[in-house]
Design a protein around this ligand. Structure first.
Ligand SMILES: [Ca+2]
Ligand SMILES: [Ca+2]
Length: 192
């Protein structure tokens, strides 16, 4: 019986790892608490669970060499004095993704305010909630250099209420191969 249960658990885990967007619950909230929406989701505060469960990062190392790291993982979290929480997601590549356990307190239409940085035209990302694409491709605008974190907004994002998993999917590369640096997502409800 024990073996059967273990086999079943492994099968469930394997299923989760291969299709993370359709398997909320595989990852765990960072510091044990889901992000509350309306509110701010720091991009560096993705879920716990590791590679293939809470995130997929193409390069197994953390390319930020500041020690100690913000958190032990292969996700490239760039230290930056000007960033909210002192870190942003950097060295982004198409096909990478990160999960965030969130609790949407009010259903409705939201505006997402961000801080982003990219040199030249940036790439695109999307945000899925409960496996549903809620933003479509969002293109990060040229901020005039990697050193310039600038405000950027995306409007008209429809969200359902309740606990769910938000997935940041890095889609298509910009001119330099990366999508762009992202510091945070601030969700403000703008309508029903
Ligand atoms: Ca990496
Ligand atoms: Ca941040």
């Amino acid at each position: 019986m024990k073996t059967l249960v273990a086999t079943f658990a492994l099968a469930v885990l394997a299923g989760c790892a291969s299709s993370a967007s359709s398997s909320p619950g595989a990852s765990r909230p960072f510091r044990g608490k889901p992000h509350v929406i309306p509110g701010t989701v720091e991009v560096e505060d993705f879920d716990e669970g590791g590679e293939g469960v809470a995130y997929h990062d193409k390069e197994p190392e953390n390319l930020e060499k500041k020690h100690p790291p913000y958190r032990p993982s292969g996700v490239d979290l760039e230290w930056r004095e000007a960033a909210s929480g002192k870190y942003n997601l950097g060295w982004t590549r198409p096909g990478e993704w990160l999960l965030y356990s969130v609790d949407v307190k009010e259903a409705g239409t939201y505006r997402i305010d961000m801080h982003v940085a990219v040199k030249g035209p940036g790439g695109t990302f999307r945000l899925e909630f409960g496996g549903i694409d809620r933003t479509g491709p969002v293109k990060i605008p040229d901020t005039g250099g990697w050193e310039n974190l600038k405000p950027f907004s995306h409007e008209g994002v429809k969200l359902a209420a309740g606990p769910q998993v938000m997935k940041l999917v890095l889609e298509a590369p910009g001119e330099r191969g990366s999508i762009g640096d992202i510091d945070y997502f601030k969700f403000t409800r703008t309508g029903p």
